[in-house]
Design a protein around this ligand. Sequence first.
Ligand code: IPE
Ligand code: IPE
Ligand code: MG
Length: 250
Amino acid sequence: MLSPNSDQSTNALPTHVAIIMDGNGRWAKKRFMPRLEGHRQGAKSVRRAVEFCRSNGIKFLTLYAFSTENWQRPESEVSGLMKLLSQFIDSEIDEIHKNDIRFNIIGQTKRLPAFVKNKIEAALAKTSKNRTMVLTVALSYGGRQEIISAALKVHEALLSGSMKNEDVNDSVFSSCLNTANLPDPDLLIRTGGEIRISNFLLWQLAYAELYFTDQLWPDFDENSFWKAIEEFRSRQRRYGKISEQIQSQS
Ligand code: IPE
Ligand code: IPE
Ligand code: MG
């Protein structure tokens, strides 16, 4: 007998892929290298993932680079990551721009050091009119903090009278988040073997397909990405309905 999903093998590619890029530290530790070397190698995987999405027509890629909780790491690691990030923008932004990719940031950027903020602002401005793809980097990002700030925006609008209780719905709330102009992710990939969300896109992942792999982020390459995509394409997304309703739609 055919499996319930077997007729779904021609499912479309995801429009939006979000990735929790985990495992850089362990990659380095296995090789007796400093953790920062793992992050440096991780930057190469970022380049590969962007190129994978661009060349396969995946329009939105969102990468979790630094969480609000990551500020608690040793100062040397935090400052090393900030430097790496700034170097990444320096070395990649021309290529990103040339490929018509819009660079985007979500998170509490006001907490970032000035040299990183300046690089980010220049990159945002340079690529703001690009249309082929959106590369979003979640930096100093926390899903709970984002939800609190959206709730406060809604509260303000209710207080000022510009909105009424009955106007507040899913799409209004979504428009108050950092991701206001992005569709919700279709596929979430987490590398590094942990089966958790770690405060990433808590609201937006409501109906994402989740894919976890033990592979460490610096080892994640085109083949690994294809495996995740194939798994995504084999799933049936029902959004609460029953299988027959989904089949009759397609
Ligand atoms: C993910 O790799 C990158 C960041 C959180 C900045 P980790 O640094 O968490 O790597 P592991 O989990 O220690 O291996
Ligand atoms: C999640 O990885 C954050 C990023 C990949 C940026 P962590 O390594 O911080 O997650 P936990 O601590 O294992 O949950
Ligand atoms: Mg980790």
